[in-house]
Design a protein around this ligand. Structure first.
Ligand code: SF4
Length: 317
């Protein structure tokens, strides 16, 4: 008898495809190509929905060797235990999560970062991505990451002098590191938008197209210690720029900065903790990396912490 393909594609079979049922339908995801298919005519009972968020970000460390003025990473020293991260991600994978994005701080500062990516890529069905300033990449690290990462996000707020004034690293050095990024996996550019970087958007998106970036993620600056975030005039100018954008690299925008921008959400019913959760470098599960409060992940695991956080959020709604 012919088997039901939906049943045979369990992650333990190491299928390249992962299947997730949620409030928006049946979602099929291929981590190798990044292709998503949504069968929105599929209606499942809530009890059948995946319990884990669709995506999770993990700040493996707060440490970073740069000092960007708008950095929102906590300035306390904290680093996650390797085995705990693996356990949490295995649990999230088994409960329907589709991908993990490692960040920080700077994830390449994490001593066993390449080993972590390899383990998660090989022992779970999660798509593995990370966000990096790229300046710590060398041939050895790039080789160790290649094949164990599905997408890289490179932080590049502006080009030339703008980049150098904000990141205190030379732009030509970034260009050299981008060659290494290309050897690891497909990649995109993360661009913090504020009054200093806005004028570089045209040049940055053109540069992104030239170097083969697949995505340009707009990150309107968020309020953080001593900074107020993107100002109203810059936010208005950004809306105007987006409306007139004709570049070839697709634009995306952070959820936190999306207000007022023309966006499309293919999974409109999958919101909040069903869509995304963040684990900070102290092992606190949060609704986003900008939140201060969350739930400490204890010995009973990340899904238990998620239940507690979900209840807390619902009580406050
Ligand atoms: S590279 Fe990222 S983590 Fe490091 S200081 Fe800049 S914004 Fe913060």
């Amino acid at each position: 008898m012919e088997q039901n393909p939906l049943r045979t594609a369990h992650p333990s079979a190491r299928s390249p495809l992962k299947y997730r049922v949620g409030p928006s339908g049946l979602h099929i995801f291929d981590r190798q190509t990044g292709i998503n298919l949504l069968f929105d005519e599929v209606r499942a009972r809530q009890s059948q929905w995946a319990a884990a968020p669709r995506q999770v970000s993990v700040a493996v460390t707060n440490a970073c060797d740069l000092a960007c003025p708008y950095c929102y990473a906590p300035k306390t020293s904290a680093t996650l235990d390797f085995d705990s991260v693996v356990e949490w991600l295995e649990e999230l994978d088994a409960n329907g999560c589709l991908g993990v994005g490692f960040g920080g701080g700077e994830p390449t500062v994490y001593p066993r970062f390449a080993e972590l990516c390899r383990k998660i890529a090989h022992e779970t069905a999660l798509a593995v991505t990370f966000t990096t300033h790229a300046h710590r990449l060398n041939n050895e690290l790039a080789s160790a990451l290649a094949g164990n990462v599905h997408f890289v996000r490179v932080s590049m707020d502006g080009v030339g002098d703008t980049y150098e004034s904000l990141r205190s690293r030379s732009f030509s050095s970034l260009c050299l590191r981008l060659e290494l990024v290309r050897q690891i996996a497909c990649f995109g550019i993360n661009f913090v938008v504020n009054s200093q970087t806005l004028a570089d958007l045209d040049a940055a998106t053109e540069f992104a197209a030239e170097i083969g970036a697949l995505e340009f993620l707009l990150l309107p600056e968020q309020p953080t210690w001593g900074r107020t975030g993107i100002d109203e005039n810059t936010a208005l100018a950004l809306r105007h720029w987006v409306s007139n954008y004709r570049g070839s690299v697709p634009l995306t925008v952070s959820t936190a900065g999306a207000a007022g921008l023309p966006t499309s959400n293919p999974l409109p019913n999958e919101t909040g903790l069903r869509a995304y959760a963040h684990i900070d470098a102290s092992g606190i599960l949060k609704t986003s990396s900008f939140e201060n409060a969350g739930v400490a992940i204890g010995v009973d695991g990340v899904m238990r912490a998620l239940e507690v956080l979900r209840t807390r959020v619902e009580e406050n709604e």
